[in-house]
Design a binder for this molecule. Structure first.
Ligand code: KG4
Ligand code: ZN
Length: 349
């Protein structure tokens, strides 16, 4: 039945081992469907990040990420299984994110999951990483649908209408850079470390405005589409024209970038709430960790009488618990010999 967890599929409540390796994180989690209702319970969740290794390059180096994932994936899975106190015979299925993401990184997770499923004779469940970001909202909670979902990550920015658990429709998205990508590129231009959203937010927190106004492309335009590349280009020009940046310039520009990105996301989300009348708004993805974004959307939701949901920070950035949640909520069985990574998968795939 659309809108609820397929009980017939799961039968008695079973444990799922979930694996995430789409970008620079390597994650393993053990989750199960809650005894009653539609929520998901996390039994163990382990995440290892190679973010620091990419710092000197100002962004992710795919080859470095995949090599590190190959090195740590075995111990990350072992740690999750130990924390859950489980043996493979206790598992119902093994779930893995098969896209979108970096080909080398995806291969590490997908091949590991296929091997484990084959060796231990378990079901293999293929999970769409972007859907999983949204479904992280069902961890220890049960959002009411229909809802508007704003998925903002390093590679994607999607505004989605969730009619029920299975019928999702596109409202809009970015026409160029993703919101997280904009944060990362602007941080690099400002000489701030990766991940850019985290460092821009930190520096912006106590910053004073320096009177620079960056563009909010497509603001006030019709539809729900967004654009961030003009903002990035304007920041690059501003930085170049200033030559050496002192601390207050850097902080002031970081504050303006933070506000500009958040304003664009908030404007389109508000428009979707007013135009579509959802019961809830679901934030998701690494950028949903942003405090200004959460605060502004919460204020609008309170004013309009709509519930706002956002996962805990550790379930906003890439993690395997959300992959497990998606496997419980929208199970899609795959063949252990056939499943391949799909780097270009979109949220509706
Ligand atoms: O969802 P995620 O962990 O990985 C992808 O699937 O891409 O998102 C990573 C993105 C990065 O671009 C990072 O700069 C951004 O999320 N991010 C933030 C914050 N924390 C992470 N952006 C704004 N504010 C934050 N607090
Ligand atoms: Zn992600």
């Amino acid at each position: 039945m659309a809108g609820s967890i397929p009980e017939r599929y799961w039968g008695a409540i079973k444990m799922i081992l979930a694996i995430e390796s789409t970008c620079d994180e390597t994650g393993a989690a053990v989750v199960k469907k809650k005894q009653s209702g539609n929520g998901v319970e996390v039994i163990a969740n382990v995440t290892a990040s190679s973010a620091e290794m990419h710092n000197k390059y100002g962004g992710i180096v795919p080859e470095v990420a995949a090599r590190e994932q190959l090195r740590v994936i075995g111990s990350v899975i072992e740690e999750a299984m130990n924390k859950a106190g489980l043996k493979y015979e206790n598992l119902e299925a093994i779930a893995v994110a098969y896209g979108p993401g970096l080909m080398g990184s995806l291969l590490v997770g997908v091949e590991t999951a296929k091997t484990l499923a084959y060796v231990h004779q378990k079901k293999l469940l293929a999970v769409n990483h972007m859907q999983a970001h949204l479904l992280a909202n069902w961890i220890d909670d049960e959002p009411k649908l229909p809802g508007v979902g704003l998925v903002v990550s390093g590679g994607h920015t999607d505004l989605v209408w969730l009619e029920n658990m299975s019928e999702w429709f596109e409202l809009g998205g970015t026409r160029d850079d993703a919101a997280g990508e904009c944060f990362d590129k602007c941080a690099r231009a400002l000489g701030l470390p990766y991940p850019g959203g985290v460092s821009i937010e930190r520096v912006a927190e106590n910053a004073k405005s320096i009177g620079v106004k960056l563009p909010r492309p497509l603001k006030g335009g019709s539809g729900y589409d967004m654009s961030f590349s003009g903002l990035k280009a304007a920041l690059l020009r501003e930085v170049k024209s200033r030559g050496e940046l002192d601390e207050s310039d850097r902080a002031g520009l970081a504050k303006e970038v933070n506000e500009a990105v958040v304003e664009s996301l908030v404007e389109k989300t508000e428009k979707a709430i007013k135009g579509k009348h959802p019961k809830s708004v679901l934030l998701a993805g690494g950028v949903a960790a942003n405090k200004l974004l959460r605060k502004k959307i919460k204020k609008i939701c309170d004013e309009l009488g709509v519930e706002m949901y956002v996962p805990e920070i550790k379930y906003c950035t890439d993690n395997a618990a959300m992959i497990g949640a998606a496997a419980v909520l929208r199970p899609k069985e795959a063949d252990v010999f056939e499943l391949n990574p799909d780097p270009g998968l979109d949220i509706f795939g």
